[in-house]
Structures are given as structure tokens and as C-alpha cells.
Design a protein around this ligand. Structure first.
Ligand SMILES: [Ca+2]
Length: 273
């Protein structure tokens, strides 16, 4: 049991945010330091725990303030040796669901062509389903999907500017049968940023997916490691509505009083992880 200090304001915000949008949640990496810092627990009830992986010996996970204002509630990735690995937990791939939503909080600088979410293959460098940063560096979000064909799209707004931003990617097939027509929506901070229709690449044969990572790409080797903080990664096997996406976004930490402020309520809460 971990004791966490939050202001009353942030507690209410967090509780309000935690309530909705759990149906169809197939993995939820809330991320919180505890007695097992190398295990990134899946709170969805699906048993898809992930592992913190670090080529440093011993592994050195760094937990920092999460969103919003949760002490030791997020992981800071160093960009050189670290990622979170849930490979093998999602069958043939999250993206093979007819609809999928991937959502998370990020806080990192603009950087060239790194990844916060990725599916890939240890057998081939080709197949990728990824969310990351744009090359050339401009702080926007890059969506890069490559199987039998390649799809590359960019957000309009910036998500990587060293402050907290929420990213949600909602993708769903709209074609029947073998028609792989799909619609994709990118939300930043709970607001629709961009939308497009495209034909989903195929991930069969040599393009089959078998890895899932947070903060890097895993193929035969690890690459494209993200520098920055990631919190509360949620994966759904369906398309969240705009209202459900915006419900994941709570008031920013800037709105929370800190200890010493006149309106800081020194509220001790136990049983909150
Ligand atoms: Ca967290």
C-alpha cells in the first residue's frame, strides 16, 4: 500500500478521470512506483503486465511526477537504454483488431523520429505500427504504419514541447470483408487534431507483428528510443468516441496547488496507487 499526497483539487480531478472509459480496455499501464519497479502492471484485468527493460546493468527505472501531480507516477525514459516491453501480450497485434484506441500522456522535448508506442517484429525490420515524433523535428506527432504498404501522417498541433500533453489515436476499419478501408483520428489534449481515411496495410506472412513496446521500437534490436516521460498508457479494442477521449484528459498540474501555497490542502490519502 502506498501513501500518496495530492491536493484535494487534483484528487477530485483524478477520480473523475478514472471513472469512465474502462469498457473494452484491453491494457492499462497506469504506471506508479511500487515494490516491483521493473513490472509495469496492467490494471485492465487482462493480465498483460509489461516489463521495464534497460540495457544498463542493473536496470535503473526513474519514476517522476505523473499526470496529474502523482508522486512517482510516471516513467522517465533516458532515450538511450530504456523502454517498456509487452511483446507477446497481444496475440497477432493490437492493430489487427477491427478498431483500436491507444492513449497516453507524454512530456518530452521535440526530438527526431522517436517512438512512444510501437508494434513490430523480431523477424523483419519492415512491419511497424507506431506513434512517435516527427522527422524533421517540430514537436508534432507522427503516425507511421508500415506493412504491405506505408502510411505516414502528422498531427497539426504540437505534443512534444516538454510539457504534459495527452495523445489519443483512434483507428477503425470502415470497409467490409477484404476491404481494408479505415478511418483514423488523432486527438491532442482531448481535442480532435486531425482525421484521415486510408487503406490499412496488411500484416501477414513476413509482415506479421510480434512485439509491442512503449518508448521505443523493438525489432531484432531496440531502436528509436524516446527521451521523456510517459504516463497512463491505455489500449482499447474499439474506437473511443470524442467524448470518451476528452474524458481521459483532466486539468493540468499547473492548476494544482503545491505544498506551501495558501490553498494547499494537505490531504493524506491511503490506498491510492
Ligand atoms: Ca501514473
Amino acid at each position: 500500500m502506498k501513501t500518496t499526497r495530492l491536493t484535494l483539487f487534483c484528487l477530485i480531478a483524478a477520480l473523475c478521470a478514472a471513472a469512465p472509459a474502462f469498457a473494452g480496455l484491453i491494457a492499462h499501464y497506469a504506471i506508479q512506483a511500487d515494490d516491483s519497479p521493473l513490472v509495469i502492471e496492467d490494471l485492465s484485468g487482462s493480465g498483460r503486465d509489461a516489463a521495464f527493460v534497460d540495457t544498463q546493468d542493473p536496470p535503473a527505472p526513474v519514476y517522476v511526477e505523473g499526470y496529474p501531480c502523482a508522486e512517482n507516477g510516471a516513467l522517465r525514459f533516458n532515450g538511450t537504454t530504456q523502454h517498456v516491453d509487452a511483446s507477446g501480450r497481444f496475440g497477432n497485434g493490437i492493430y489487427l483488431n477491427s478498431a483500436v484506441t491507444v492513449a497516453m500522456w507524454v512530456k518530452g522535448p521535440a526530438q527526431n523520429d522517436m517512438r512512444v508506442f510501437s508494434e513490430g517484429s523480431t523477424a523483419s525490420n519492415n512491419p511497424l505500427v507506431t506513434i512517435g515524433t516527427r522527422s524533421p523535428t517540430d514537436g508534432t506527432v507522427k503516425l507511421y504504419i508500415r506493412g504491405s504498404t506505408t502510411v505516414e501522417r502528422f498531427s497539426t498541433r504540437v505534443a512534444f514541447d516538454n510539457t504534459w500533453h495527452h495523445i489519443a489515436w483512434v483507428d477503425k476499419r470502415v470497409g467490409a470483408g477484404a476491404n481494408m478501408l479505415a478511418q483514423s483520428f488523432v486527438y491532442i489534449d482531448g481535442v480532435l487534431d486531425s482525421a484521415f481515411t486510408y487503406v490499412r496495410p496488411l500484416f501477414t506472412g513476413t509482415n506479421a507483428l510480434n512485439t509491442m513496446t512503449i518508448g521505443a521500437i523493438r525489432r531484432a534490436t531496440i531502436s528509436n528510443r524516446f527521451t521523456g516521460v510517459i504516463d497512463d498508457v491505455r489500449i482499447y479494442d474499439h474506437a473511443l468516441s470524442p467524448e470518451e477521449v476528452s474524458a481521459l484528459v483532466v486539468p493540468p498540474c499547473a492548476g494544482c496547488a503545491v505544498q506551501g501555497d495558501p490553498d494547499y490542502y494537505d490531504t493524506e490519502i491511503t490506498g491510492v496507487r
